[in-house]
Design a protein around this ligand. Structure first.
Ligand SMILES: Nc1nc2c(ncn2[C@@H]2O[C@H](COP(=O)(O)OP(=O)(O)OP(=O)(O)O)[C@@H](O)[C@H]2O)c(=O)[nH]1
Length: 527
């Protein structure tokens, strides 16, 4: 698997992991937080509804207080005087207060005066006394017992909700006493309101929150008064309800349908948050991959192309381009210094493979190559190729007399003289055998070669290398065989060497320490 593929997989996995983490965080932390806010919001709103109902109850109670602690009412409940009725108890009075039920009861909770009205919104009133008075009396019967005569007069009150004609009635009741609050109580005043659709809608408008009311069920009656019920109707709406208890008695259930805009917002934030993160991860992954390809893969591929080019060409003088000043740049530099080492090692190997380790002159291998090249070139140019075979005289005797190591030193000294005698770049001095050397002089004619040979001979004599057992001279001497030819296709290199060898042989035969020229045997030419 390529680095690029591995990195792609790694970045993709990281992106997926990041997105999943974001999704998990959004679902398990962010979204539930919004749901909690929604619960708070729903409870606050249903609390407002309950508070508004309770405020309504207190308003009724305050009015009841006005009427019940009043000398006129105190007298009326005992006498039942028509005058009190005429001046106070007419429908408009209750229309103004919005009370549908008004009862003035004696101590036996029997009505001295009682009316049940309906005040339609289009004005006027409908007297429902005949239809509902008995039902009201029976529903509210017993509430008077809840009023403790021992309490402070301000606290002598009760209130509640009873159902009359299928509609809940919110009422307040107080004992009738004198205006100064003194008793003894002579009866009860009870005012109430039908919690009908009209009133509920009016209350809803006041608190800017629609709600509905339902009678308490048996389960509600035993439930905790602060019990909230929250139910999701669908993704957009929520039903929140709470029991409204009066004096610890569950009296009705108030329900509000609330929008789930907070949860919807949470859902949107979760969705768009995760979507945005996935998008960002994707963009980031693509950008990272592009950057990675540009910073890492491209230079690596460039380096790889350079390396392939160099190894295919096997040209270690070439160098990889340094593209970056980073780790890949360092790798390229290391590679280049390795190439330098290979180049140096190759040069050294080449030098070793073409030179004689003792004398430093070219060896037999390099000599053969040189002769072939020179032969080929001179075949074309028509210039002569001259060679000289140089042999140290009686070197065996020298070795025997002075030892092998001394022999080596002398070989080096002779080799140095021969190397120095090579004046042209194209000339070559090579070690041909043990104490035998071959000089290649391309483009040098026989006459010049003879002069060079003479010079070599003299220089070696001048070197005065002691050789006291030599029958020739008491110092080292050489014999030189020379031959020269203009190379052409009818001749072979061997013919030239044989001619030089013949010349050398003749020198040896005639006392050594001399040089001689022998032409190539014409008989050796191809027919
Ligand atoms: N010290 C040393 N001696 C070498 C080396 N190579 C060859 N020789 C010696 O050179 C000598 C050559 O002996 P021969 O071929 O008999 O020739 P020569 O004694 O010079 O006699 P002529 O050539 O006839 O004058 C041998 O004793 C070799 O051991 C070398 O590298 N070092």
């Amino acid at each position: 698997m390529s680095i690029s593929a591995k990195t792609t997989v790694m970045i993709l996995l990281m992106g997926i992991l990041l997105s999943l983490s974001a999704f998990y965080i959004q679902r398990s932390i962010v979204y539930p937080a919004f749901q909690e806010i929604e619960v708070d919001y729903a409870q606050n709103n249903i609390d407002r509804v309950v508070r508004r109902l309770d405020a309504q109850r207190k308003t009724i109670d305050l009015t009841v207080y006005d009427w019940s602690a009043w000398n006129d009412t105190y007298t009326f409940i005992q006498s039942g005087r028509q005058e009190y009725i005429d001046s106070n108890l007419y429908p408009d009075t209750f229309l103004n207060f919005g009370f549908d039920v008004a009862l003035f009861l004696n101590l036996d909770q029997e009505p001295v005066w009682g009316r049940v009205f309906d005040f339609p919104s289009d004005g006027g009133y409908v007297d429902l006394t005949d239809s509902y008075l008995d039902e009201v009396l029976s529903a509210t019967k017993g509430f008077a017992e809840r009023i403790d005569p021992e309490d402070d007069i301000d606290d002598q009150k009760t209130s509640g909700i009873v159902v009359v004609g299928g509609i809940p009635v919110l009422f307040a009741m107080r004992p009738i006493v004198r205006s100064d609050g003194s008793g003894p109580r002579k009866g009860y005043v009870l005012f109430g309101q039908f919690l009908d659709d009209e009133l509920i809608s009016e209350l809803s408008e006041q608190i800017v929150q629609d709600f509905s009311i339902q009678p308490v069920s048996k389960t509600d009656a035993t439930a905790s008064p602060d019990n909230y019920t929250l139910e999701a109707i669908n993704r957009r709406a929520l039903s929140a309800s709470r029991i409204y208890s009066i004096d610890g008695t569950p009296s009705l259930r108030a329900t509000a349908i609330l929008p789930r805009s907070i949860t919807e917002l949470g859902r949107d934030i979760t969705f768009y948050g995760v979507a945005l993160l996935v998008l960002l991860c994707t963009i980031l992954a693509v950008a990272l991959l592009a950057l990675f390809r540009w910073i890492i893969i491209k230079p690596i591929m460039g380096l790889k192309a350079d390396i392939s080019g160099i190894s295919n060409a096997m040209d270690y003088s070439l160098r990889a381009n340094i593209r970056n000043n980073d780790e890949i740049g360092a790798l390229s530099r290391e590679f280049n210094s390795m190439l330098e080492m290979i180049e140096r090692a190759n040069a050294e190997l080449k030098r070793l493979s073409e030179h004689d380790p003792l004398t430093g002159l070219s060896n037999r291998l390099a000599l053969e190559k040189k002769l072939e090249q020179a032969w080929e070139i001179l075949c074309r140019t028509g210039d002569p190729l001259t060679i000289m075979l140089v042999d140290i005289d009686h070197f065996k005797l020298y070795n025997d007399r002075y030892g092998h190591q001394a022999g080596d030193k002398s070989l080096k000294r002779v080799a140095k003289i021969l190397a120095d005698a090579m004046q042209r770049k194209s000339d070559m001095a090579a070690r041909y055998g043990g104490e035998e050397f071959l000089l290649v002089l391309p483009g040098t004619g026989a006459d010049d070669a003879m002069a060079i040979a003479a010079s070599i001979r003299e220089q070696i004599i001048a070197e005065k290398i002691e050789h006291d057992c030599s029958p020739v001279e008491p110092f080292l001497t050489v014999s030189i065989g020379i031959s020269s030819v203009v190379p052409h296709s009818d001749l072979e290199m061997g013919d030239l060497i044989r001619a030089a060898d013949r010349a050398l042989y003749m020198v040896k035969g005639s006392g050594r320490n001399s040089f001689r020229y022998e032409p190539v045997d014409p008989a050796s030419q191809k027919q």
